[in-house]
Design a protein around this ligand. Structure first.
Ligand code: SF4
Ligand code: SF4
Length: 442
């Protein structure tokens, strides 16, 4: 197998052995109707409505969309457009909590007995890719020909520095994850299930191996546990597929085109929780860490909780100069701690000045480090030149569209060039160019 790029970053997994702590219910939550890939959910509540935990407040608006549920019990305080983490505006529902956390009275575990009822349960759970991607899980699992699923790969890589929310899920919710795997085996009938975990997570590896070994005489293990090197971005979908199966997802194709499906371990835990308890996705585990945080922890918090409530719980020891939602490599810097946590927020990092300052950029020395470390085999330095010269035809030639925005190029660049940020702009330029060409050829 050819070796893909990637970088060895410091792990900073400070909270890997910190059990998840539930934060006090916040006085109010702000829940955006758009916190997944695809169409925003359609808000079905209005100001003054009383809601309970797990009650539907946003209906999935299409196949690639996701339902959204109240994460606290109380009264709808406002329904308005607010700034979203993505930089776009989104309709959000603000709920003033009554502090009671009353579960919605109509909740009950779904009847799952065949593939359609399983998929319906996944849809109703509100599950999306909890590793950060936010893709609606039911859309991923709905395949025209179930026989095409050769490999189901559980993503337990969690390769970004600092983040340990998946690690804690693999420890504390291991049975929920395993139960979902049994259902996937039963209804999608993959030939192989591989549970992929990076080597820097000894406890999840040990526990998952125990589960895999717990079989009746003559029975095959449900899943193979595959321990992967700790190399960022090991958890990237295409990386994982290649490193587990040796198959390359061709340009413009999907994992299923090579018989593979990758699902995050925390997403699997949420699906099982819903099927067993009837409670959809209303809260999640978030790692809170960074140089400005006094007591880094893993917290369970209702969706829509303001980031400030997480900081109040963990305490701050230095002035916060930068807040990142997600990991330091692929996460998004947010403007303030009023922003709410979303379904796919796996971490909130707060950094003090020393870590927040960007180093001064110097000219390219043509060292080729960015090319060597790009996991997609791109030539970031050439792409940067094409962008600066405003040559979208060269961006197309050098395949800017394949960029994962993983940050390996910027991380490895000795000239400290913010290549990843430029790559985002380059991809936008290429999209405009491609759209204009398509319009001209009509
Ligand atoms: S951000 Fe894009 S160009 Fe840079 S290393 Fe990652 S995939 Fe390659
Ligand atoms: S790593 Fe930085 S300095 Fe080296 S070739 Fe790439 S852009 Fe230039």
């Amino acid at each position: 197998m050819r070796k893909l790029g990637g970088v060895s970053t410091p792990h900073h997994k400070n909270t890997a052995t910190s059990p998840v702590e539930e934060i006090p219910t916040p006085p109010e939550v702000r829940i955006p109707m758009s916190m997944h890939i695809g169409a925003p959910a359609k808000c079905i509540v209005k100001v003054g409505d009383a809601v309970q935990v797990g009650q539907l407040i946003g209906e999935a608006a299409g196949f690639v969309s996701s339902s959204i549920y109240a994460s606290v019990s109380g009264k709808v305080k406002s329904v308005d457009e607010t700034d979203a983490v993505t930089g776009y505006r989104s309709v959000s529902v603000t709920i003033a909590s009554d502090g009671l956390q009353t579960p919605y009275e109509k909740l009950s575990p779904p009847d799952v007995h065949d593939l359609p009822s399983f998929l319906e349960a996944v849809r109703a759970s509100g599950a999306v890719g909890l590793g950060g991607a936010g893709f609606p899980t039911v859309a991923k699992l709905t395949v025209k020909d179930a026989g095409k699923v050769d490999y189901i790969i559980v993503n337990g890589a969690e390769c970004e520095p600092y983040i340990t929310s998946d690690t804690r899920t693999m420890v504390e919710d291991k049975d929920y994850v395993w139960n979902s795997l049994k259902l996937l085996k039963k209804y999608l009938k993959p030939a192989h299930i591989v549970y992929a975990i990076e080597e820097n997570k000894p406890e999840p590896i040990r526990l998952t191996r125990e589960l895999a070994a717990n079989v009746q005489p003559g029975e095959e293990p449900l899943a193979e546990v595959k321990v992967l090197p700790s190399l960022y971005p090991q958890g990237g979908e295409k990386m994982l597929i290649y490193n587990v199966t040796g198959r390359i997802v061709p340009e413009g194709k999907l994992p299923l085109d090579v018989g593979a499906m990758v699902i995050n371990c925390s997403t699997l835990a949420i699906i099982s929780r819903y099927i067993i308890n009837g409670m959809p996705l209303v809260s999640r585990c978030i790692t809170v860490d960074g140089s400005a945080v006094k007591n880094p922890k893993n917290l369970a918090a209702p969706i829509g909780t303001p980031v400030s409530a997480l900081f109040d719980y963990c305490g701050l020891k230095k002035e916060v100069r930068k807040i990142i939602m997600g990991g330091p490599m692929m996460g998004t810097a947010i403007p303030n701690a009023d922003m709410p946590i979303l379904k796919n927020t796996n971490a909130v990092l707060a950094f003090a000045e020393a870590e927040a300052l960007l180093p001064a950029e110097t000219p390219c020395i043509n060292c080729g480090q960015c090319i060597k470390h790009c996991p997609m085999g791109l030539m970031p330095s050439n792409l940067l030149t094409a962008y600066n010269l405003k040559k979208p035809e060269n961006l197309a030639k050098y395949k800017a569209n394949l960029c994962l925005e993983c940050g390996c190029c910027a991380y490895s660049c000795p000239a400290k060039r913010p290549i990843t940020q430029y790559m985002k702009l380059a991809k936008a330029m290429l999209r405009d160019y491609t759209a204009a060409n398509a319009n001209n050829s009509k």
